[in-house]
Design a protein around this ligand. Structure first.
Ligand SMILES: Nc1ncnc2c1ncn2[C@@H]1O[C@H](COP(=O)(O)OP(=O)(O)OP(=O)(O)O)[C@@H](O)[C@H]1O
Ligand SMILES: [Mg+2]
Length: 403
């Protein structure tokens, strides 16, 4: 029997927001609040309305996109709306073709092969699911792919997430309405809109005891995020004691440093963090990250940015192998994760750790870098955190810095 999509009151508002003329639409809020369902419905409507159009749904891990978006939401709602004869799911392509020639692609931006595959096409809609896990570099790399032309169809970026920390890039752009990289006001703020959806608003579609027995029982910070949709530091955040008073404007940074070093992380998200020491105090001077870039091009980009104006060691992810030689001043980093973290935390607690406000990569990750309930570091959105640790701790370990 066909099930008709009945939007909740707030989903109705979200639909109005999508139609309202903005280009970037973020739905954030607590868990099970109906964010993904309404955005998937938007994609289905658009795919049906504009024959031959193409839409992408992506998140960090392709397997999460397939389980939580494709199987739990997209396929059931396609079955409800156009029925199983109205579309064809090509599992090996992670792609759905509709009877009118429109396509819906599903994938992950977290591994190179997947990213290359999905970014090899042009789209009318790109929906970034759970952006708290995606780096700003990954998202902006996908921006150029919103280039498909279908008459009458206004191309859109859709985003959803459970809120991250108030230092996360999405908070800066959508809530504070600032450009991510320099903090200036957005040039066209009207193109960026966001809306909060909470589980309370979706009560009708949730098990009776979900809010009272599951969400109300969460520890305080998790409850703030997952029930109330608040942008707060995560539970188990590793650099818990870092606070906003440690973020310095350029004018408040020292004029010179006793010593400079950098840390380099490799991977699909490639990052570099540069630090300076004055006595025992660490200043994070600059950071740069890119998505899906070769090490050589990345180093050229750093050079073009005047990165290597001084000469200093760049401590690189020891797993980088031959790539280490492609980085100016590249040497193997010390990769003792727990000791490195303890060292940085001790610096933070003693008031000996500062970050320039231009270091958007480090800042965007520092309050979301956390351990899970089992005490394991959550290996998501940690690219600048690794580079920072290589920079700081390798110097110390090699006895260059006596602390
Ligand atoms: N309009 C609707 N009609 C029927 N069921 C709905 C509707 N909206 C949401 N649901 C159901 O509510 C539940 C939560 O919805 P959804 O997955 O969209 O929430 P979410 O905000 O994306 O959650 P999460 O934060 O966990 O990603 C799902 O079981 C979904 O099927
Ligand atoms: Mg969701």
């Amino acid at each position: 029997m066909a099930v008709v999509f009945k939007p909740t009151h707030v989903q109705r508002k979200a639909l109005a927001l999508v139609k309202g003329g903005a280009k970037h639409i973020l739905l954030f809020g607590g868990s099970r609040s109906g964010k993904t369902t309404v955005l998937v419905m938007v994609i289905i409507f658009r795919a049906l309305m504009y024959a031959g159009s193409r839409h992408l749904i992506c998140r960090y891990r392709a397997k999460d996109a397939r389980s939580s978006v494709l199987r739990e939401t997209l396929l059931p709602w396609l079955n409800n709306t156009i029925g199983s004869n109205g579309y064809n799911y090509l599992a090996h392509e992670s792609m759905i073709t509709l009877y009118n020639g429109s396509e819906i692609w599903i994938g992950g931006l977290g591994d190179r092969e997947q990213a290359d595959k999905i970014l090899g096409h042009e789209y009318n809609t790109i929906y970034f699911n759970e952006i708290s896990q995606l780096s700003y570099a990954a998202v902006t790399t996908a921006y150029s792919r919103l280039a498909m032309k279908v008459p009458g169809c206004r191309n859109l970026f859709l985003y959803d997430c459970n809120p991250g920390s108030p230092l996360h890039w999405a908070y800066r752009i959508f809530i504070r309405k600032q450009q991510f990289l320099n903090g200036d006001p957005l040039v066209k703020p009207e193109l960026y809109v966001s809306m909060i959806l909470n589980p309370e608003d979706n009560k009708i579609n949730l098990p009776d005891d979900y809010i009272s027995d599951v969400l109300d029982a969460l520890p305080e910070k998790q409850k703030a995020r997952f029930k109330d949709g608040a942008w707060v530091k995560s539970e188990g955040v590793i650099y818990e004691k870092f606070d906003e008073s440690m973020i310095l404007k350029a004018a408040d940074m020292p004029a010179g440093y006793d010593r400079i070093a950098a840390g380099q992380d490799f991977g699909l998200n490639i990052t570099n963090v540069k630090i300076g020491w004055v006595g025992d105090v660490i200043y994070v001077l600059a950071d740069y990250g890119a998505f899906n870039m070769t090490t050589l091009s990345f180093n050229e980009e750093l050079t073009a940015r005047g990165w290597f104006i001084q000469s200093f060691p760049t401590y690189c992810d020891p797993a980088g192998g031959e790539r280490i030689q492609e980085i100016t001043g590249g040497v193997k980093a010390n990769n003792s994760v727990d000791s490195g973290i303890d060292f940085i935390n001790a610096k933070i607690e003693r008031g000996q750790f500062f970050v320039a406000d231009s270091c958007t990569g480090v800042l965007s990750e520092i309050w979301d870098y956390c351990r899970d309930e089992a005490g394991e570091i959550v290996k998501v959105n940690d690219h600048f955190m690794d580079a920072l640790r290589y920079a700081v701790f390798s110097d110390v370990q090699m006895g260059v810095i006596v602390s």
